[in-house]
Design a protein around this ligand. Structure first.
Ligand code: 13P
Length: 257
């Protein structure tokens, strides 16, 4: 299936790292290593309090700011939560939902992730929906069934025009922060499978427009090979997105596809 129908996206996930005062110096270092990318959209998903700083600092390199989570509620008495409207107000264009760390440490389930994707779409923010199997599931040969289930559940009730604005990130849990990357073949197999799930629900014309990212120990060394796969349209990068030179190398690897 042809990649020209969809966006290539390199998204960093800073997780719970950095401070607002470090955003500008980070972008300055990035500028030393890259120019505005013509080959991909670049996103940095920061802790919500840093989104305004990222919007400001990221302008010149055309880096979009993103959040890492959102409340399923619109507004009201939900102490500690951040709404989609508030993320939009801060300047977020993207927001991660269903990251395995939120599933694991905050008990998030697929229904909740579906609700979160919907509130983001309503506000015009692109959800980056994370899916991925555990090591046990892979060893039991349940990877594709499990990931297909997660994708279907996350997209439940989302129509074809909205799904075009969704991004799916395949992040095998065993590869996150472990230095153990999925091989390009393993990653492609699941990303291709995810596109097949989307094709079955929405048809081929829609499926070819949805960007599917790989995440899990993607770094400056392995990015080019992963990005060269036909169904991998970018990366969701944790650790390496905190290192400006490495992140720039990954962005530049999209030019080699
Ligand atoms: P690492 O790149 O640090 O493995 O993290 C991946 C990730 O969880 C991105 O969301």
């Amino acid at each position: 299936m042809n990649k020209r129908y969809r966006k290539t996206i390199i998204a960093g996930n800073w997780k719970m790292n950095m401070l607002s005062s470090e955003v500008k110096p980070f972008i300055e270092q990035l500028k030393e290593n890259m120019t505005k990318s013509k080959t991909c959209d670049v996103v940095l998903c920061t802790p919500a309090v840093m989104i305004p700083a990222m919007v400001k600092a990221g302008k010149e390199l055309k880096i979009a700011a993103g959040g890492q989570d959102v409340s399923k509620f619109e507004k009201g008495a939900y102490t500690g939560e951040i709404s989609a409207a508030q993320l939009l107000d801060a300047g977020a264009k993207y927001c991660i939902v269903g990251h395995s760390e939120r599933r694991q440490y905050h008990g998030e389930d697929d229904m909740l992730i579906n609700a979160k994707a919907k509130v983001l779409l309503e506000k015009g923010i692109c959800p980056i929906i994370c899916v991925g199997e555990s090591l046990e599931q892979r060893e039991m040969d349940l990877t594709m069934e499990y990931v297909a289930y997660q994708v279907k559940a996350a997209l439940n009730g989302i129509d074809a025009s909205q799904v075009r604005r969704c991004v799916i990130a395949y992040e095998p849990i065993w590869a996150i922060g472990t230095g153990k990357t999925a091989t390009a073949e393993q990653a492609e197999e699941v990303c291709e499978g995810i596109r097949a799930v989307i094709r079955r629900i929405y048809g081929a014309r829609v499926a070819r427009t949805v960007s599917i990212l790989y995440g899990g120990s993607m770094n400056a060394k392995n990015a080019a090979e992963l990005l060269a796969q036909p169904d991998i349209d970018g990366g969701l990068i944790g650790g390496a997105s905190l290192k400006p030179a490495d992140f720039a190398t990954i962005v530049k690897a999209t030019a080699e596809e």
